[in-house]
Design a protein around this ligand. Sequence first.
Ligand SMILES: Nc1ncnc2c1ncn2[C@@H]1O[C@H](COP(=O)(O)OP(=O)(O)OP(=O)(O)O)[C@@H](O)[C@H]1O
Length: 246
Amino acid sequence: MIELDSVSVSVPASAGARRGQDQPDEVTILQPTTLTLTERSVAVIGANGSGKSTLARLLNGLVLPTRGYVRVDGLDTHDDGRAVRRLVGFVFSDAEAQLVMPTPREDVALSVRRTGVERSRRAERVEEVLASVGLLHLADVSVHALSGGQKQLLALAGVLATEPRVLVCDEPTTLLDLRWRTHVTALLGRLEQQVVHVTHDLDAALLAERVLVVDHGRVVADGAPDESVAAYRALMATRVGTTDEP
Ligand SMILES: Nc1ncnc2c1ncn2[C@@H]1O[C@H](COP(=O)(O)OP(=O)(O)OP(=O)(O)O)[C@@H](O)[C@H]1O
């Protein structure tokens, strides 16, 4: 279970996008937010710069709250950061940034070594994880030879190998074509972990159990997918043709 208790995130104004002569010292990029996420699949949607990544990064302590608390299964991201990161895996949109070894087998093996799997079982575990994302047949090719979709699957495999209880995916399909987007989204839907999926893909959001809409650093809609997606479409319809920053 993920709990956000009166969480807000502020950054120094000098680092914020709205810096100006008479601006305050701090810019709040996530307004006070209280949420409890228990659903197996939660999607987060919203315009560019609305605060989705900030919200996602709070969930595994990549971003710490300026005020309030984030807890995952009772563990506080501030006080128990390492334990939270073991519970919460994070997948980025740029898979390449997550891949560090020359081949898929070695990359997943690196993650498996970080878990408590016995040495004698590790090779088998690597194959299990690669098979679970459909990459076993490419286990020993160069990572550079993989397609964008395959790289994203491998990044996902690397995170799954650490056996997280929660998976936070920040736009994991943004760089993928429709076929791979559909494939990766379907795979996320089959995982047994709780999945929080930040996405611009409204079809993918509609598959979640609960959808949050973030706008100007606030959760402005939160509920059933069709209602939240409709609220988001209505919100965006008022902005078409404008280029104002959130
Ligand atoms: N560390 C930071 N310092 C200053 N500003 C930041 C920082 N992190 C985020 N921001 C600003 O906060 C706002 C929200 O950013 P965030 O990355 O959470 O948005 P997003 O909804 O994920 O956007 P996108 O869909 O474009 O990825 C943006 O205006 C961004 O520039």
